[in-house]
Design a protein around this ligand. Structure first.
Ligand code: PEP
Length: 266
């Protein structure tokens, strides 16, 4: 299975200048690595970055002739295209700005914007209507982890896929091409705390089985781990067959650490 390493830049970098510096560093290092490794072009993991809306068009333009894909961090739940929704960006607008994927359901959106189950189902539907791939984030809080509720929480969060498929059963056959699941325990995001590889592996196996059951297919969906992944711990996650890559926040803001994580999954 193709590995993916995705950088979620969140509300960073602060200025367009800093965005360009990060892209310069990233593209220079990727070019050098690709030229040094022409024998194995297909064994490299797929890289993607998710800049903030304000930088999306500029970043996607700079990435156009590179191997790195560009994603939005979110899309509007209200409409796939246009409408009176102040502050929102539609799936059509982010696709027009050059994104080919979007993150949906990140825990920071769930926490600070109170995203509901129904709004997430709408976002999935709008993304797919505009041919955007979806990185769906799921994961339990510290209290839920302490109470050993991880799998229950994940099942409840994955129900958005079930409801989407009830509305649009024709999506079943292409689900694993159009969706990536990012398992991100909320307590591990930006904290430096991580679950054990065995815990992540067990949870990923559960997610793969659950999604295969929802879509009635044997085909496994890509499942990434996210939460304090860095250059030092990436190899241990990459060594596990259930972990298909990483969604990276803080460590994606430096080309060196982002590519070190990518190299662990190459
Ligand atoms: C994230 O926010 O998706 C994330 C994984 O952040 P960090 O890597 O900083 O924990």
């Amino acid at each position: 299975m193709q590995a993916w390493v995705i950088g979620n830049w969140k509300q960073n970098p602060a200025t367009s200048h800093d965005v360009n510096v990060l892209l310069d560093d990233l593209l220079t290092a990727i070019n050098a690595e690709e030229q040094a490794d022409t024998e194995h072009p297909n064994s490299r993991c797929q890289l993607m970055v998710a800049p903030s809306y304000i930088h999306l068009a500029a970043v996607s333009t700079r990435l156009k002739n590179s191997s790195v894909l560009c994603a939005a961090q979110d899309i509007s739940s209200h409409s796939a295209s246009t409408g009176a929704y102040t502050g929102d960006c539609s799936a059509q607008q982010v696709a027009d700005a050059g994104a080919t994927w979007t993150i949906v359901g990140h825990s920071e959106r769930r926490q600070y914007h109170k995203e509901s189950h129904d709004s997430l189902v709408q976002k999935l539907s709008h993304a797919l209507a505009q041919n955007l791939g979806v990185v769906l984030c799921i994961g339990e809080t510290q209290t839920q982890y302490d109470d050993q509720q991880t799998l229950e929480v994940i099942d409840a969060q994955l129900a958005v896929i079930k409801d989407l498929l009830i509305q649009q059963p024709e999506l079943i056959s292409s689900l694993s091409e159009r969706f990536i699941i990012a398992y991100e325990p909320v307590w591990a995001i930006g904290t430096g705390k991580v679950p054990t590889v065995a815990e992540v592996s067990k949870t990923h196996q559960h997610i793969k089985q659950k999604v295969a059951g929802l879509a009635d297919t044997a085909e496994a969906i890509t499942v990434l781990y996210g939460g304090s992944v860095n250059a030092d711990n990436a190899e241990s996650f990459a060594a596990d067959a259930m972990i298909d890559g990483a969604l990276v926040g803080g460590a994606s803001l430096k080309a060196e650490s982002f590519l070190a994580i990518a190299n662990a999954f190459n």
